[in-house]
Write a protein that binds this ligand. Structure first.
Ligand code: GLV
Ligand code: GLV
Length: 325
């Protein structure tokens, strides 16, 4: 029997890649950069499965270019805003993602960013490298306390819950706002639900974003929302760049409307080295590394491979994305 043909859009960790190679006739895109969209259209032709990354836009055109035999798109990510889920559903194509396994790793990074912002870690490091460390100074590089401060979590999903648990270990007060209003979610970790986003924005010392990117959450943090935060507020984003209006964020940081932003995701992404956000001392940016631990990236590779292999074999993949009801 012929092996199912699949296109793998990047070299992923071996643990998963080998599973794909064992079962499928795989074409693997060898470059570091994503396949350009015109090349992607060619590469997917005749494939039964596609293993995509969050940088690959998989829309109806790509699905049609693949052809009617396409059974599954397996995304190497928990987020799936890069895939047109409706178009997939209309065509009877399954979409897989990698939930659960990266939850704690991503929450770890969100808390790392929170602490780095509060205690001005990167500024401190830059200060030394710039030769400015002459003596102990009573008023240099003063930051904000983490303990007993209020953390506001926007989006109390899996990652939000894990972040709340970390914050509780630091004696933080945790409040949250969830668009789907799931009060039971926060109760289990001793977090208090806010009834409106405004309530959270006004009270929180740290604000961390854990919503998926949807039409509802696009630019959720705009100039108005930033204006409602405390002047001492620190914003943390490990969700998707477009949840924040980058121009408004620049303006708020530049003019001191808020104190600091620590971002794992940006808009645009990647952020060009000459982007204005990178001129600000009070903005820390890391390159979308929320899930980037050795163990978690291996687990993601295995899960994405399992989804792909099950999908092309006509079985139900372990983790498929369901259309919102
Ligand atoms: C990373 O951002 C992911 O969605 O897995
Ligand atoms: C994503 O995994 C989330 O539920 O936060």
């Amino acid at each position: 029997m012929n092996k199912p043909r699949v296109f793998v859009a990047r070299i992923i960790p071996e643990a998963g890649l080998n599973m794909v190679l064992d079962t499928c006739d795989a074409e693997i895109w060898p470059d570091e950069l994503p396949p350009p969209s015109n090349i992607l259209l060619e590469k997917v032709r005749g494939m039964q499965g596609i293993l995509s990354l969050l940088t690959d836009r998989i829309d109806g055109e790509v699905m049609d270019a693949a052809g009617p035999q396409l059974k599954i798109i397996s995304n190497y990510a928990v987020g799936f805003d890069n895939i047109d889920i409706e178009a997939a559903s209309e065509r009877g194509i399954l979409v897989g993602n990698t939930p659960g396994i990266l939850t704690e790793t991503t929450a770890d990074l969100a808390f790392t960013l929170l602490m780095s912002g509060a205690r001005r870690i990167v500024e401190g490091s830059d200060y030394i490298r710039a030769g400015r460390w002459k003596t102990f100074k009573p008023m240099e590089l003063l930051g904000l306390d983490i303990h007993h401060a209020t953390l506001g979590i926007i989006g109390m999903g899996r990652i939000g819950i894990e972040l709340a648990r970390r914050a509780k270990g630091f004696d933080m007060e945790v409040i949250y706002f969830d668009h789907r209003r799931r009060p039971e979610k926060g109760d289990s970790v001793g977090a208090k639900m806010c009834h409106s986003l405004d309530e959270l924005l006004a009270q929180a010392d740290f604000i961390s974003l854990h919503v998926p990117l949807t039409t509802e959450t696009h630019h959720l943090i705009d100039a108005t929302a930033l204006g409602k935060m405390k002047r001492t507020a620190i914003l943390i984003n490990t969700s998707r760049g477009q949840v924040v209006d980058s121009d408004a964020l620049y303006e708020a940081l530049h003019s001191g409307k808020i104190t600091y932003a620590a971002l794992d995701v940006t808009d645009p992404e990647p952020l060009p080295p000459d982007h204005k956000l990178l001129t600000l001392p009070n903005c820390l940016v890391v390159p979308h590394i929320g899930s980037a631990s050795v163990a978690t990236r291996n687990k993601m590779a295995v899960m994405a491979a399992e989804n792909l292999v099950a999908g092309v074999s006509g079985q139900i993949p372990p983790h498929i994305v369901k259309l919102p009801a």
